[in-house]
Design a binder for this molecule. Structure first.
Ligand code: FAD
Ligand code: UDP
Length: 370
């Protein structure tokens, strides 16, 4: 008899399994349909011995000391600050747009104050920022929006930025200084031996049993448990009763090249050319020394593994209906990017899981299923 059946061995499921097993003495069965733990953070050594992230580049960054220290119990960290160049007008320039970007792109030598006036003179001021187009044109104007955001967003989401919530492009700031880093969070690091090793430590507890290669629906009626934590897609849990929630997917094309370094930086974005959105060289992230190098190209697509919830009003309305069913589901908790339909980074998923754990601790014990 398990106290908890947890569906999904990604960060949401992994953190909740660890907390419940090690802090609350609960017996946990972690059910995962893939053949590995780690969810989308899973990394492994490829045939050439290069450490790659199977589901695209994962760079950890957070402002939460609690989250950083919590994960730090299961891994050492390698400090890493990600830098990205965008291919625009035949040049590779820093993104997020900053002072260096503008000076390089327009052959200028502006100061921070001057670049503020430059942005201001081009900005199309909006009374209300609702969409992903509004965010960018309101700040930097339409020309830079067209160069950096319109094409990339269309490729990534198959939607015009005007159809997407503001929160999507708001992930990318605009700076008047020379800071070329992609993120400015207080803590930026990669697990020293990789994410999969972190998960091995996270789940290394006698109260946690892991069952791989299993969709929970195959075992739910035959394994007794008291409560469930579900971290898969919320619409699947409810048998798509209100219809499918849109998730965006990607094809990852990996290449290993017989050269020590290929790219000038960790990632190059292609807003205007190519069918892929970006290419990432893993050795920048992992710090691995190797005579060869591995890169991954990301090709967005509609169907396939659900990677991104699609933030737009109709989808939020549909999710709300599922959320109502979820909150009425006795003895089942929903957590993570897919089950709560939130475009969350890793640290936000960990924070959400830790907060759910605290909520569970304070709620009464419930009955047995099976
Ligand atoms: P997941 O990792 O998706 O885990 C859910 C698990 O549930 C999966 O393993 C799935 O197989 C399993 N599952 C689903 N249905 C079932 C079922 N029916 N039965 C059994 N198991 C099931 N975040 C960052 O902070 N930095 C980054 O650089 C970054 N880069 C990213 C790049 C890409 C391409 C993507 C797609 C995401 C990126 N993220 C990044 C986000 C990060 O991957 C997520 O925030 C995090 O991994 C979500 O964890 P999760 O546990 O909610 O979901
Ligand atoms: N974006 C863009 N151009 C870029 C980088 C990002 O238009 O060069 C937009 C695009 O809509 C993208 C979103 O900003 O989906 C968020 O970018 P981020 O790099 O955070 O995406 P993720 O790493 O989550 O795929």
């Amino acid at each position: 008899m398990f106290d908890y059946m947890i569906v999904g061995a990604g960060l949401a499921g992994g953190v909740l399994a660890e907390r419940l097993a090690s802090q609350a003495g609960k017996k946990v069965l972690l059910v995962e349909k893939r053949n590995h733990i780690g969810g989308n953070t899973y990394d492994h050594y490829n045939e050439d011995g290069i450490l790659v992230h199977k589901y695209g580049p994962h760079i950890f960054h957070t402002n939460s000391r609690e989250v950083f220290e919590y994960l730090g119990q299961f891994t050492q960290w390698r400090p890493y600050e990600h830098r990205v160049l965008a291919s625009v007008d035949g040049m590779l320039v820093p993104i997020p747009i900053n002072l260096n970007t503008i000076n390089a792109l327009y052959g200028l030598n502006l100061s921070s104050e001057e670049v503020d006036s430059f942005f201001e003179s081009r900005a199309e001021k909006k009374d209300k920022i609702t969409t992903s187009e509004d965010v960018v044109v309101n700040k930097v104007g339409r020309e830079l929006y067209n160069k950096f955001f319109k094409g990339y967003t269309k490729k990534q989401w198959n939607l015009d930025p005007s159809e997407l919530d503001a929160s999507v492009t708001a992930r990318i700031p605009t700076r008047n200084n020379r800071d070329n880093r992609y993120f400015t969070d207080t803590y930026q690091a990669i697990p020293l031996q990789g994410y999969t090793k972190l998960f091995e430590q996270l789940l290394n507890h006698p109260n946690i049993k892991v069952m791989l290669n299993t969709d929970y629906k195959e075992v739910i009626d035959i394994i007794p448990y008291k409560k469930m934590i579900y971290t898969g897609p919320v619409d699947y849990y409810f048998d798509y009763c209100y219809g499918k929630l849109p998730y965006r997917s990607l094809d990852f094309k990996f290449e290993t090249i017989d050269t020590e370094t290929l790219l000038p930086t960790g990632t190059v974005n292609y807003p205007n050319e190519q069918l892929y959105t970006r290419v990432t060289e893993y050795k920048y992230l992992t710090g691995q020394k190797h005579a060869k190098t591995s890169v991954v190209y990301e090709y967005p697509k509609d169907s396939g593994d659900p990677y991104y919830p699609v933030p737009k009003p109709e989808n939020a309305a549909l999710y709300k209906k599922y959320q109502q069913l979820a909150s009425g589901s006795k003895d089942v908790y929903f957590a993570g990017r897919l089950a709560t339909y939130k475009y969350y980074n890793m640290d936000q998923v960990v924070a959400q899981a830790l907060s759910l754990y605290r909520k569970i601790l304070s709620s009464p014990e419930i009955e047995y299923h099976g």
